[in-house]
Design a protein around this ligand. Structure first.
Ligand code: MSP
Length: 499
């Protein structure tokens, strides 16, 4: 079986999750669920990033021990799995022994291979970003992200990042789709072309981190530790060949540098294969400003799910903005979207068709007596939709994947209006049965295709149609709903959202 390994970033546990985090989770979950239905053995990983100075300071501020603090906040991220209906197979915490062992093993390996050395670090550090910045990168004395920076001078271990510059550039050239969207890869290439400096990868001014093997004065720089999660979760330093190299690391654009430069260089140095793709999304903003816990302008995932519903939240987050771009958060735009596409378009199609079958055909799929079993033109659109969804997913155009499903529903709605089966019920019963069969079959396709994005409604819909086989291999004539199949009394799958 083909495998597919997809990851989200591991989230800092300095505060509660907001929809910026939900966004990465939902996008990765959408792809993971899609690939499972498309016949892959999928591994979907998420987790929490629990070390570093930022976390230590947050715990101090909260007045609790650091380990109690991270365990408590990590639970809020674990709770996203049921809240957002995520299908992750694992949840890694960087304070777990399996992770610490893996990070220490990687460190020792790089030391043995001569890629780590001891030196002295002097430079600008932003605790909020847990990142180092060059003097030339600062804007008005602040990090390019707007965060405060502090001058650091300390003994540190270094990773010889600079020697990987040419190899990285050659790798990007050979793998032009390595980072998506391509504009991101261009930024990365420009950054690497300007020259890379060796990376300080240990800290001795605080203790909250993974101990550097053989030197208890130092803890690992949190990004060295964090990036390793992608292999520690699948059993590194044991055999990771079942899922590695990862197919996709889904990340926000602010952390693409760590994933597209540091991580590949670390892996090259360790002689481990590189991930196949880094997909970077844009930011949810409020009045043009990045939604962020440090700024305090956040919408919590819980709040949005309570107001819109889980399926609807998932749908809107992926449907509202083109993946890769920033988007301003607007709840009213989401409500309009839910009503137009989910309630009026797909919901009505289902309601109209199934209630007619329920009332006029005794709740059983009719037996069509004409030569054709269903309207071929309409069914061709249904058959082609999976190709469009697959293509757009592979091109990271998730917004368009959802649009393709709505489009199919549009076609079916036009057909129902044109054929007016409610009138045929009185004048031409065989034709009515033909029309309803065609529509029910299209609805079966819609139900199967909706599973990755609105899993709860899709299940309800497929249950109403008594559909047994639900993976994408069932998107063919062979699995059409048989006449005589019980069609349940329709329940509303997508209620209207209230302003
Ligand atoms: N701990 C690191 C990641 C380590 S991965 C080895 C980290 N954590 S974070 O909690 O600060 O951010 C996690 C993810 O949430 C990032 O991908 C980030 O882009 C995303 N988002 C945080 N705020 C966001 C928005 N306002 N909008 C969209 N995504 C944003 O970075």
């Amino acid at each position: 079986m083909k495998t597919f390994y997809i990851t989200t970033p591991i989230y800092y546990v300095n505060d509660s999750p907001h929809i910026g985090h939900a966004y990465t989770d939902i996008a990765a979950d959408f792809v993971a669920r899609f690939k499972r239905l498309d016949g892959y053995d999928v591994k979907f990983l998420t987790g929490t990033d629990e070390h570093g100075q930022k976390i230590q300071r947050a715990a101090e501020k909260a007045g609790v021990s650091t380990i109690d603090f991270v365990s408590e906040v990590s639970k809020r991220f674990v709770a996203l799995t049921p809240l957002l209906n995520l299908s992750n197979d694992d949840f890694i915490r960087t304070t777990e022994t399996r992770h610490k062992k893996a990070a220490q093993h990687l460190w020792s390996l790089l030391t043995e291979k001569g890629h780590i050395y001891k030196g002295k670090y002097c430079g600008w550090y932003s605790v909020r970003d847990e990142a180092y910045f060059d003097e030339k990168e600062l804007i008005n004395g602040k990090a390019p992200t707007g965060s405060d920076v502090e001058w650091l001078e300390e003994e540190s271990y270094f990773f010889n990042l600079s020697i990987w510059q040419d190899k990285l550039l050659a790798f990007y050239k050979d793998n032009p789709t390595f980072a998506q969207p391509s504009s991101r890869l261009n930024e990365i290439i420009k950054f690497v072309e300007r020259g890379l400096e060796d990376l300080s990868i240990s800290r001795s001014s605080f203790k909250w981190g993974i101990e550097v093997p053989g030197d208890d004065k130092h803890v690992m720089y949190v990004w060295f530790d964090a990036l390793t999660n992608y292999i520690s979760a699948i059993g590194y330093p044991g055999d990771i060949s079942q899922y590695w190299p990862a197919d996709v690391h889904m990340v926000g654009k602010d952390i693409s540098r760590f994933h597209a430069i540091y991580w590949p260089a670390m892996l090259m140095a360790a002689d481990i294969a590189l991930p196949k793709q880094i997909i970077a999304h844009g930011w949810w903003t409020i009045d043009g400003e990045k939604m962020s816990k440090s700024i305090g302008n956040v919408v919590s995932s819980q709040q949005l799910v309570d107001e819109l519903g889980c399926d609807q939240t998932r749908y809107c987050l992926l449907r509202e903005i083109a993946f890769g771009n920033d988007g301003n958060f607007s709840k009213s735009a989401m409500i309009i979207r839910i009503n137009a596409e989910l309630a009026n378009n797909i919901g009505n199609l289902v309601q109209r068709t199934l209630s007619m079958i329920f009332k006029n055909c005794e709740g059983l799929m009719p037996k069509v007596s004409t030569d054709e079993i269903y309207n071929q033109k309409l069914l061709n659109v249904a058959l082609d939709t999976i190709n469009q969804v697959r293509l757009t997913i592979n091109n990271t155009q998730y917004q368009n994947s959802l649009e393709a499903i709505v489009n199919l529903s549009n076609h079916a709605n036009l057909y129902i209006d044109e054929m007016a089966p409610w009138a045929l019920a009185k004048t031409d019963r065989p034709k009515m049965e033909f029309v309803l069969t065609s529509l029910a079959e299209v609805i079966r396709y819609i139900g199967i295709l909706l599973q990755p994005i609105t899993p709860i409604a899709a299940k309800k819909l497929l249950d109403m149609l008594s559909v047994e086989r639900r993976d994408f291999a069932a998107l063919s004539k062979e699995y059409m709903i048989k006449s005589g199949t019980i069609i349940a009394k329709p329940e509303i799958i997508f209620p209207r959202a209230e302003i």
